[in-house]
Design a protein around this ligand. Sequence first.
Ligand code: G6P
Length: 369
Amino acid sequence: ASLELGPYRHFMQKEIHEQPRAISDTFEQVIANNGFVPQLFGANAEAMLRDIEGVQILACGTSYYAGLTARYWIEAIAGLPCSVEIASEYRYRAAVANPKHLVVTISQSGETLDTMEALKYAKSLGHDRTLSICNVPESAIPRASALVYYTRAGAEIGVASTKAFTTQLVALFTLTCTLAKLRGRLNDEQEAGYLDDLRQLPGSVQHALNLEPQVQVWSERFAPKQHALFLGRGVHYPIALEGALKLKEISYIHAEAYPAGELKHGPLALVDEAMPVVVIAPNDALLEKVKSNIQEVRARGGEMFVFADLDSQFGESEQVRVIRTPRHVGVLSPIVHAIPVQLLAYHAALARGTDVDKPRNLAKSVTVE
Ligand code: G6P
């Protein structure tokens, strides 16, 4: 194993650091095709995608959070209504199916039982437009789907998903742009802009990885805590959810995520000196709102750990610690901001001495109900 791990202590750490490579491998097909063409999803994709009226995403765990992120892109860029549902809920619900909706399942392993059963159920309701975003070629879920886009993360061994998540986001962004183009919502200039954003993404992810020593210092303050709250807004809210999930899974610190605007409707009652609050706050359209949410926490003595970018202009203090990525990367910002929350969970777990790659009670792939 030491040979496979190279300079890293755990597979999770190695996989976190593989993300620039995994991401560029995943969009390489887009560059090779000179843009967002339906053929990226299968030979008959154009006919199947051209006249869809909506998107239904089904997934579990971290893959579900990738779906929640994509919803912001699909509605804003492709102009299609999009719902995202936990597979184990959808499969037992009397759902109303519109056969002109595209059903997208997201699964790293391609073998998660609930996701597979949700797909079968969707098909039984009359959905034949099905697309799988998957990391394992020829696994069960892509085999049962009409269309497929493979993420090129490579084998993921750590139970807590990292590079699979960010590559799923790349695949979902590619889907968004492809749908937008088919619907006449993406002109050549916009397409070139998004392609350029993708090309720059591995470099921006590398910049976020370079923050590891700073995140490690924070994790020392985190390790003794019992609870943590994660806040984000808009497209960064699912990144807060993913950060809380990572921390729970591997450090066993209880963590919850909230959209920052909802703070005043409950979780603010939990905030005191013992409750660290992690805020995902890049310089997007909701930044000013997030800043006023932060004031609410500050006034109650909460200690804040803010992940921002250079453009966010946060004042630092004893109570408000800030780590900044070099620049705001626009629409792909949630992918860059996934990195620091992964690193925080990893180093908090290290400091607590838990089994990072094999957390208690969890499995890499859940093939039972
Ligand atoms: C398990 C894993 C998670 C993963 C989830 C869904 O719970 O521990 O890391 O996100 O299954 O797995 P999938 O392979 O369908 O993405």
